[in-house]
Ligand binder design. Structure first.
Ligand code: G3H
Ligand code: 13P
Ligand code: ZN
Length: 331
């Protein structure tokens, strides 16, 4: 058993309480390789932001669980070396079984998500409670989910979005003992969050998606006042990155994300964790494609992964400062 406390990590409890109180959200950035981890830590140290390092089950398979445990410990030490002991959480994203959550807890994760959102309500409650009962023995915090996001959530796939029912949240939180709740109010995973026919076009021809369902969020907040809420699928799909990718041979069509102003608005509420993966993928891909196209003689991986890391860092700094409001909150 590797305890996250021995790795220098923290769970989400204090972080979320402060974020709700302060009207900002903690960034949960997905990673699966060294450059992504370095960019996240550099950006969060430089902006003095608490951070959640997020690992999906696919990322865990890709990177290897033992390597990840040392990367997380390395991230803590790296932040200190860069000059700031920011709070860092290692979180399992979209855990789909008790066994996976247990295994992550035993390998140093300080927080896990059990995503039973595709199960019938009672089964979601039972599975989530089982994970909570195990995790809380080790002071590991647990995120549950109610409502289904459109798109693909790892193993959990859904063609349409089912918004979270405010009528269920109080009972779910009470019965399961979860520490935070992911909800569905119109976000979804990936770079193509909406079909073009769901959007309108602005004067520049950019697709504008329908607004998030803040009415549902408000109703949920009324039912469970002060309880930490999580937003998945919160990439904004920066159109400059999409344009660079497509300019240098990419084929991203109708990519559209969640407008940043709406995320900023959500961060002021009980939404205290905002998940961002796709935007990082876009920034990294744009940097690599541009380098390949403009410097075709380069074949040293550091010459294209270096710029990718720099672009990622800039993206993450922007998110902390301008979107989530977490900059300066690790002081
Ligand atoms: O919500 C899903 C995350 O973006 C992780 O994606 O399963 O491809 O690692 P992944
Ligand atoms: P995006 O695909 O919008 O980045 O969402 C990531 C996410 O929710 C990870 O759990
Ligand atoms: Zn997600």
């Amino acid at each position: 058993m590797v305890s996250y406390k021995d790795l220098g990590l923290v769970n989400t409890r204090d972080m979320f309480a402060k974020a709700i109180e302060g009207g900002y959200a903690i960034p949960a950035f997905n990673f699966n390789n060294m450059e992504q981890m370095q960019a996240i830590i550099q950006a969060c140290v430089e902006t003095s932001s608490p951070v959640i390092l997020q690992v999906s089950s696919g990322a865990r398979k890709y990177a290897n669980q033992t390597i990840l445990r040392y990367m997380a410990q390395g991230a803590v030490e790296y932040a200190k070396e860069l000059g700031k002991n920011i709070p860092i959480v290692l979180h399992l994203d979209h855990g789909d079984s008790f066994e996976l959550c247990k295994s992550c807890i035993e390998m140093g994760f300080s927080s896990v998500m059990i995503d039973g959102s595709s199960l019938p309500y009672d089964e979601n409650v039972a599975l989530t409670k089982k994970v909570v009962d195990f995790a809380h023995q080790y002071d590991v915090t647990v995120e549950g989910e109610l409502g289904v996001l459109a798109g693909v959530e790892d193993e959990v796939s859904s063609e349409v979005s089912h918004y979270t029912s405010p009528d269920e949240v109080e009972d779910f939180v009470k019965k399961t003992g979860v520490d935070s709740l992911a909800i569905s109010i119109g976000t979804s995973h990936g770079a193509n969050k909406f079909k073009p026919e769901q959007c309108t076009r602005n004067a520049d021809g950019i697709l504008v998606p329908p607004p998030l369902r803040f009415d549902i969020l408000k109703e949920i907040e009324k039912r469970i006042p002060g309880f930490p809420i999580v937003l998945h699928g919160s990439s904004s799909v920066p159109q400059d990155m999409v344009a660079i990718i497509n300019k240098y041979g990419g084929a991203l069509k109708d990519a559209v994300g969640i407008p940043e102003e709406q995320l900023r608005e959500a961060a002021k509420s009980a939404v205290c964790k905002i998940n961002i993966d796709s935007d990082g993928r876009l920034a990294m891909t744009a940097a690599v494609r541009e380098t390949f196209a403009t410097k075709p003689a380069e074949f040293d991986p550091r010459k294209y992964l270096g710029p990718a890391r720099e672009w990622l860092k800039n993206l993450y700094m922007h998110k902390c400062k301008e979107v989530l409001g977490s900059a300066g909150k690790a002081e």
